[in-house]
Design a protein around this ligand. Structure first.
Ligand code: NAP
Length: 341
């Protein structure tokens, strides 16, 4: 099969290209998946470079040689020898996230596999597989209500774009923060949000004008900008911290009195760990998220055209250069999907 192999960490992941490898052998509790789509993201760049926490020599588990990639959609090729098949059958369309996704075949454990609902394509499922965190942050953590104003940082990103969609689907007004004017132009055309603000100069003025001086009710922070969020927040405002994409590993200092003065609540949310600790809640989150997708209330914002594993390097380059808005999905074997649809 073809796959993107990391035999040594790659300082420039845009140079990566597929090589030919033997078909992987699933462990007794793993599914073998024929991959139809994969979705490169920033974590893949870090994994390729050896900079992800999973590559940490003391605490990590992901070391060369390994096949790169995380988010996938595909078709079950073989079922596990051991354990329950959870109603899944050979030939079912499935999606999830497990290391090794940039390949024609990948082995995944039961916890990393979900059935693609009949209403959705593999491409959609792949694009949305990493963003249940956004749904949970908006619905279960921030408890966004219709009529509230929600500001989203990193709104062009994977998490941010779905935060915007879910908040809009709930009837909130959405302010999307983006890094540059070009992206802002595309976002205004492609996304149903109420205000797109480029984070340059006196950008907070536009947010305060939009809210008639009141400030936003909720901030979903994907980039690490709590101090700026406090300035844009209404009294009794809520901040949910999801990520630090813009902080280059350096965290903010926040003056606690600023939280008190506006009665602000700040909540951190770590999706993976929450799901491991509270699997029933995780299932409810997935049910709600998939329902929104199945009813068409949220749809992926797809970026560019990436039609084979040979395009993974270009995808990683576009991500590094911050050209991407929404999600990249690479087609690996779409003809197999179309047979099933
Ligand atoms: N809490 C959780 O459980 C959880 C789960 C998954 C991911 N995360 C974290 O959430 C954050 C967002 O993830 P994502 O998948 O949405 O990432 P993403 O697709 O790369 O989007 C991040 C966005 O942040 C903006 N940004 C601002 N400064 C940046 C910089 N210096 N480098 C790169 N992007 C920058 C970019 O938009 P502009 O260029 O328009 O500014 C970009 O679109 C990441 O920090 C990720 O690690 C958290």
């Amino acid at each position: 099969m073809k796959a993107i192999l990391i035999s040594d960490y790659a300082s420039d992941p845009s140079t990566l290209s597929p090589t030919t490898l033997p078909l992987p052998s699933p462990k007794p509790d793993e599914y073998l998946i024929r991959v139809t789509h994969c979705s490169p993201q920033h974590a893949d760049i870090l994994h390729a470079q050896g900079k992800h926490q999973n590559n940490n020599p003391k605490r990590g588990w992901c070391f060369p040689p390994f096949i790169l990639g995380y988010d996938y959609a595909g078709i079950i090729h073989t079922l596990p020898e051991h354990g329950s098949h959870r109603g899944l059958r050979k030939g079912d369309r499935v999606f999830g996230a497990a290391i090794g996704a940039f390949a024609e075949y990948t082995c995944v454990p039961a916890r990393a596999i979900r059935k693609v609902p009949d209403e959705l394509s593999n491409e959609t499922a792949c694009a949305m597989s990493g963003q249940a965190v956004s749904y949970a942050a908006v619905v279960n953590v921030a408890h966004v209500k219709a009529g509230e104003t929600v500001m989203v940082s990193g709104a062009s990103g994977g998490l941010g774009s779905v935060c915007c969609m879910v908040a809009k689907a709930l009837g909130a007004k959405v302010v999307a923060l983006v890094g540059d004017g070009d992206k802002a132009k595309h976002m205004r055309q492609a996304m149903d949000v109420d205000l797109v603000v480029v984070q340059k100069g006196d950008w907070m003025k536009s947010v305060l004008e939009f809210t008639h001086g009141q400030g936003v009710d909720v901030m979903l922070d994907n980039t690490g900008m709590v101090n700026d969020a406090i300035r844009c927040l209404a009294y009794f405002g809520r901040i949910v911290i999801l990520g630090f994409a813009a902080r280059k590993g350096v965290m903010e200092d926040v003056k606690m009195n600023k939280l008190l003065l506006k009665s602000i609540t700040v909540t951190g949310y770590r999706f993976g760990e929450s799901g491991r600790r509270y699997p029933d809640d995780l299932q409810r989150i997935w049910d709600g998220y998939l329902d929104m997708m199945k009813s068409g209330r949220i749809q992926p914002l797809l970026f560019g055209n990436y039609s084979s594993l040979a395009d993974v390097g270009r995808a990683l380059k576009d991500l590094t250069e911050r050209k991407v808005y929404g999600k990249i999905v690479v087609r690996v074997a779409d003809e197999l999907e179309s047979v099933k649809l």
